[in-house]
Write a protein that binds this ligand. Structure first.
Ligand code: BGP
Length: 480
């Protein structure tokens, strides 16, 4: 669709950026905090660990001041469960509560709306050891208790919540390497069943938490954060279009249908039934799911997924990484009889091998908006790249500006398409530690002066993209 005259971004559009606690706070054992599973997972020698990260815990005031200078209207960050209830046993850590009160107040003082993620890959390790974390139903009540503390302590000032960042890593679960879960030890045959059980536990927990929040704060926005790689057919073969539907259903509708419509997607359900892998549903689960629905969607978008038909008859691969190489490890898969990932010859890749597809963001927004009819905010989008701090303190990152410019342009087109897009918070506000590639893979508008192992002065420097984004926000997206 092309328009003769474009409408603008809404006046109160939430321009900002995102971070997550375990990737930027550091201070991982200070003020009563326990460690999360990710902070204890061994990292390769040449990669930074999560002990200090960007030291945002101590420098949040300086960072929020820089966000204000950029003109941020919103800041999306996560609360570390490990600071609020360190032992997972219900005892609340007053220092943890105090810290987030301070961060929230600092945002509000600077005219920045806090958007809070309750869980971003950082389950307390003690719960992993106690009962296997998200693999056990025991986590549902513990998570609900932690979230209730957050709603009680912060809900008077925080009106924008997201529950569980990117919990829709179903393919990962099937492939035995889900984020934040120690699923090692589950063999291939049981991986599918284990994966859907983890997904089901996360979904029941999410619905329960949505219900608690809505009960306590009727004016709150609360919903899921998904990463979504909208499918493109590898060819015009009709079967490849079926694979697109399969991709979208398995990757994201499975989760969003539960969160927003209160029920499981029929295609995924039928697949699970056929593979003898329906989740272990307990009495009351479906009632919880049906009763509590999200009232907004928060979307992480990095890439699309080019997919084709996968036949059960093809025995060369089964639930394994596809040899044809999709956009990255998230799309290079072959779920036999469902969908197979391919590289997209029309797209360039980042230095870290992720396909770059700005139009894919418009596709993702349109599909989600038309399917769920809810307000949407982008909580992640961005380019991981090697940045160079020059001697004069400048950082020239035209590649990041180009990337964001193209994606924001697609946001505006999506708004013209009728998508109720209410904000754009790319990844990331400041440089932080990547999930797998350390400090070298930088995303921020604000450079953090440290290497993998040399913490230097952890000083903050404005990148060229900082000044560029400042103008974007000032012009409410008119000047890109
Ligand atoms: C998302 C995560 C973020 C962030 C981002 C970039 O999936 O929610 O936590 O890390 O991806 O990924 P990476 O750090 O692997 O480059």
């Amino acid at each position: 669709m092309e328009y003769k005259k474009l409408i603008s971004f809404p006046k109160d559009f939430l321009w900002g950026a995102s971070t997550s606690a375990f990737q930027c706070e550091g201070a991982y054992d200070e003020d009563g905090k326990s460690k999360c599973e990710r902070e204890l997972r061994p990292v390769p020698d040449n990669i930074a660990d999560f002990s200090t990260t960007s030291d945002h815990y101590h420098r949040y005031k300086e960072d929020i001041a820089l966000m204000k200078e950029m003109g941020f209207k919103a800041y999306r960050f996560s609360i570390a469960w490990t600071r609020i209830i360190p032992n997972g046993d219900g005892v609340v850590n007053a220092l943890g509560v105090q810290h987030y009160n301070d961060v929230i107040d600092e945002c509000l003082k600077n005219g920045i709306t806090p958007i809070v993620t309750l869980h971003h890959f950082d389950i307390p390790n003690c719960l992993e050891e106690r009962y296997g974390g998200w693999r056990s139903r025991e986590v549902i009540d513990d998570f609900a208790e932690y979230c209730t503390v957050c709603f009680k302590e912060f809900g008077d000032r925080v009106k924008h919540w997201t529950v569980n960042n990117e919990y829709n890593s179903f393919f990962f679960d099937m492939l035995n390497s889900s984020f934040g879960d120690k699923t090692a030890g589950i063999d291939d045959q049981n991986a599918l069943k284990a994966g859907i059980n983890i997904a089901h536990i996360k979904l029941v927990a999410e619905s329960k938490v949505i219900g608690i929040c809505q009960e306590m704060w009727s004016d709150a926005w609360i919903g899921p954060t998904v990463h979504y790689e909208p499918g493109y057919a590898f060819s015009s073969r009709p079967e490849d279009q079926l694979a697109v539907d399969n991709n979208d259903a398995f990757r994201v509708y499975l989760y969003l249908d539960v969160a927003c419509k209160g029920k499981y997607h029929p295609l995924v359900w039928r697949f699970l039934e056929d593979r003898d892998a329906l989740p272990d549903i307990q009495p009351g689960d479906m009632e919880i799911i049906a009763a509590h629905n999200a009232n907004w969607l928060t979307l992480n978008y990095y890439m699309s997924a080019t997919v084709g038909y996968s036949s059960l008859a093809d025995e060369s691969v089964s639930m394994a990484i596809s040899q044809d190489g999709g956009a990255d490890d998230m799309t290079s898969y072959n779920i036999q009889g469902v969908v197979k990932g391919y590289a997209n010859p029309h797209l360039k890749r980042s230095e870290f091998g992720w396909e770059i597809d700005a139009v894919g963001l418009r596709n993702a927004l349109r599909r989600l908006a038309y399917r769920y009819d809810l307000p949407i905010i982008i909580t992640e989008n961005g380019l991981g790249a090697y940045d160079q701090l020059e001697e004069d303190g400048s950082i020239h990152d035209p590649y990041r500006i180009e990337y964001l410019k193209n994606h924001i342009a697609q946001c505006r087109l999506a708004i013209n398409d009728g998508v109720n897009l209410i904000g754009f918070c790319p990844w990331s506000a400041i440089d932080l530690i990547s999930t797998h590639q350390g400090m070298a893979k930088r995303y921020g508008f604000i450079y953090v002066n440290r290497d993998e192992h040399d913490l230097k002065d952890l000083g903050r420097y404005r990148k060229d993209s900082f000044y560029w984004y400042q103008k974007v926000i000032e012009s409410n997206g008119e000047i890109l």
